[in-house]
Design a protein. Structure first.
Lengths: 363, 237
């Protein structure tokens, strides 16, 4: 594929193998730095004392494990390019990451997952009840941290940040609830648009859109135009989620940190599965629908592998990749609109490198 | 690279088509076009509705009554669901705010580019108090307001705590200061710092509707004080 004659920054960034490894290394270096600071701050905010074994110790587990720290990194950089100082942002970034950890704990319970960030889930180590409490605890601490962080703002700005936070949390729950409904009601007449609608709520709002928006609000004192940020955030977030779904199907467990094919055991409505449901025929369709109707425990490894193979036969994986490429098509355009008034520098470079990074990490 | 992943090398990814809008008019496959279109339509819906004044950055447009703004009223069921979710939580919050706002701010919370009503402040460096604290409660329940403390000088004032008087109504009705808590109870005030303290009133069951007045004082700083006005409204309307 020639990139001849194109000098747009993204294409420049990924033109050669050397550039690509620079880009990946640069983004990962930044994420690692942010992760370190945010992890320390999260653990600092965690209450100490009793009951330690069944509450505070489990609450500390996910925040201590190495996570990507994408959300806080987005918030910090988006804030700084619009003029915020790091002190105004760190608490907000930490609150987002704590709420993310709370969601992860509850997700793992709902999904019956066994692995998270390369180690056993809270629910498999401590049981459902203790894990539920730990998840609740993390959400409460996230609120405490945000309250402390917004005390330094004037009242209108603090209100705005809080209303963004509440909206984000509700959006995520709406997405989660929609997905649960699809599974409980054995819904299979889904289109790719339905899937996008789902991840807009379930993933994009809290992974990319909210961190970018709230950073930009704080940085600009509420004056920045948020619409292009929603566009950029959604396109980037959707690509990020679809990549994650694909990695679950094609990746390796050590790198991925979760069970491979875990989504298939769960019956999660990912884009490849949506494609397979609409395109498989005859006996294959019967098999896929039977698979959908079963519970997680009833989905044998043989059945899961058969479904995975059908995804190759029907081109579901190739479809997903191409569909996602289409979503990314305009991400750069939106990036330029969203950050037209932003200050150049390391933070802006980091944000600009994220979309090609998502694709470069695709291996 | 595993099965199903046809691009073995990053350089084979169609970067040119993905990132160059001019080139992709030709190079876009049918599937890419489908993803592009679906994503754009979805995000447009969110952005468009937000821009018409109900949510997001255009919240200042929905000023008087969140439930009856024209833009909110003209939304379809789907659009409402997109924006507010099944809970319709945002209009609820807005209408609640507009009610409180009649007493507190005179309007629902505005975007930060709108000028704020003067917040209640206590300035230690020039011993100046500004504004007043207005609280509103419908029947028994909790109501809060915030006061800002400023220490513009370099001197560390140590821990500062506030104190509140009993509240008195024109007909002699009294609400004791025991109903008041400060969050946090005390704040450190190092040089060149500002702190916000929340005043929380737990309006007891037996308090009659009416206008109650009290005084906010600062321990160790007798020259600083602020009026506090609590409006208790009947919970049956």
């Amino acid at each position: 594929m020639a990139a001849g004659g194109l000098d747009r920054s993204l294409i420049g960034l990924v033109r050669t193998t050397a550039d690509r490894s620079d880009l990946v290394a640069g983004v990962e270096h930044r994420l690692r730095d942010v992760a370190k600071v945010v992890r320390r701050s999260m653990l600092d905010t965690m209450p100490d004392g009793e009951p330690s074994q069944w509450l505070y110790a489990p609450m500390r587990e996910y925040p201590s494990r190495p996570g990507k720290a994408l959300r806080p990194a987005l918030c910090l950089s988006a804030g700084r390019v619009f003029g915020a100082n790091a002190d105004d942002l760190l608490g907000i970034a930490v609150a987002i990451e704590l709420l993310h950890n709370a969601f992860l704990v509850h997700d793992d319970i709902a999904d019956g997952s066994e692995m998270r960030r390369g180690r056993p889930t809270l629910t498999s180590t401590y049981g459902t009840a203790a894990a539920l409490n730990a998840g609740d605890g993390l959400a409460v601490v996230a609120g405490q941290v945000l309250r402390r962080a917004t005390r330094r703002f004037d009242r209108d700005l603090a209100d705005l940040v809080w209303s963004e936070f509440d909206t984000m949390a509700m959006r995520t729950l709406e997405g989660q609830a929609t997905e649960v409904g699809w599974q409980l009601d054995d819904v299979y007449d889904l289109r790719p648009e339905d899937y996008l609608h789902l991840i807009m709520h379930k993933t994009c709002w809290y992974t990319t859109i909210h961190p970018l928006r709230v950073g930009a609000i704080v940085g600009s004192g509420g004056t920045v135009d948020l619409a292009p940020l929603v566009r950029f955030g959604f396109h980037f977030g959707a690509a990020f989620q679809i990549r994650d779904d694909l990695l679950n199907l094609i990746g390796d467990e050590r790198m991925y940190g979760k069970e491979i094919l875990g989504d298939l055991y769960e019956g999660k409505r990912t884009l490849p599965l949506v494609h397979l449901l609409t395109n498989s025929q005859g006996d294959d369709l019967v098999l896929v629908r039977d698979y959908i109707r079963r519970t997680r425990a009833e989905r044998s490894p043989e059945l899961v592998c058969a479904i995975r193979e059908l995804m190759d036969v029907y081109g579901s994986i190739a479809f997903t990749r191409e569909y996602a490429e289409g979503i990314l098509l305009v991400a750069e355009e939106y990036f330029d609109q969203a950050f037209a008034d932003a200050q150049p520098g390391d933070d802006l470079d980091f944000l600009r490198a994220l979309v090609p990074y998502v694709w470069a990490r695709w291996r | 690279m595993d099965r199903g992943n046809r691009d073995g090398n990053i350089n084979e990814l169609p970067w040119a088509s993905v990132f160059d809008p001019a080139a992709n008019a030709r190079a876009l496959s049918a599937i890419q076009a489908e993803g592009f279109r679906a994503a754009s339509e979805l995000v447009d819906r969110f952005v468009r509705i937000a821009a018409t004044g109900v949510g997001g950055n255009a919240r200042s447009d929905a000023r008087s009554d969140g439930r009856s703004t024209p833009s909110a009223a003209s939304l379809t069921q789907d659009q409402r669901a997109d924006l507010f979710g099944a809970t319709d939580i945002e209009p609820l919050i807005r209408s609640w705010w507009s009610m409180v706002g009649q007493f507190l701010l005179g309007s629902v919370p505005r975007a930060t580019d709108a000028p704020a009503a003067d917040p209640a402040t206590l300035d230690f460096s020039n011993s100046e108090a500004q504004g007043r604290l207005d609280l509103d409660a419908t029947g028994p329940g909790t109501t809060t307001a915030e006061v800002w403390l400023h220490n513009r000088a370099a001197k560390d004032l140590g821990e500062v705590a506030l104190r509140c008087s009993d509240f008195l109504a024109h007909d002699g009705g009294v609400m004791g200061s025991g109903a008041v808590t400060f969050i946090p109870a005390a704040v450190p005030m190092p040089g060149r710092s500002s702190r916000g303290i929340e005043l929380k009133i737990e309006v007891p069951q037996e308090v009659q509707p009416g206008l109650y007045r009290g005084t906010l004082l600062v321990e160790g700083h007798p020259e600083l004080w602020l009026p506090v006005v609590l409006t208790v409204r009947s919970s049956v309307s």
